[in-house]
Design a protein around this ligand. Structure first.
Ligand code: FES
Length: 154
């Protein structure tokens, strides 16, 4: 269940909108922040807090790639391998993540530190290859640069 601080945060969001449905995406984001992923139980909390049908909450959350429906590592790496990034070596970078960190796409490293998702274009084609780590954006990636970046995520 949400603690009082989280409930207050969601109530504050609800108060900004005439329709409580408008608070659904930010509330799901908060639930994921609190629990690490959106379990069935977490979505029930959101539905109850917003007084919305559970099916609507599940349907909305399943539409967006940013919402995770299974446990993930402490840090989520989202690596783009679409055309610009692929041309500039993203597949080589994905191979490096497998070799060095044991990170297959859609898996979590054995130490639980990272999860990896392969993304479509994240809008940084001009400075490809690019990735997100949690909500942090990183571009002009090389193997060495990824190693340096990931050192910052313990
Ligand atoms: S193709 Fe990777 S950011 Fe656009």
């Amino acid at each position: 269940m949400f603690n009082d601080s989280v409930l207050n945060e969601i109530e504050g969001i609800k108060a900004k909108y005439p329709d409580r449905r408008s608070a659904l995406l930010p509330s799901l984001y908060i639930a994921q922040r609190e629990f690490g992923w959106l379990s069935h139980e977490a979505m029930q909390y959101v539905a109850k807090t917003l007084n919305l049908p559970e099916a609507e909450v599940r349907g909305t959350s399943s539409f967006y790639a940013m919402f995770k429906h299974q446990p993930i590592g402490r840090h989520l790496i989202q690596l783009c391998t679409n055309v610009s990034c692929m041309i500039l070596g993203a597949e080589r970078l994905a191979d490096m993540l497998v070799q060095k960190y044991g990170l297959q796409p859609n898996s979590t490293s054995p130490d639980g530190r990272f999860s990896l998702v392969i993304m479509e274009c994240i809008g940084a084609c001009g400075t490809a290859p690019a990735m997100l780590v949690n909500t942090d954006f990183h571009d002009n990636l090389t193997e060495k640069r990824i190693e340096e970046i990931l050192e910052g995520y313990k």
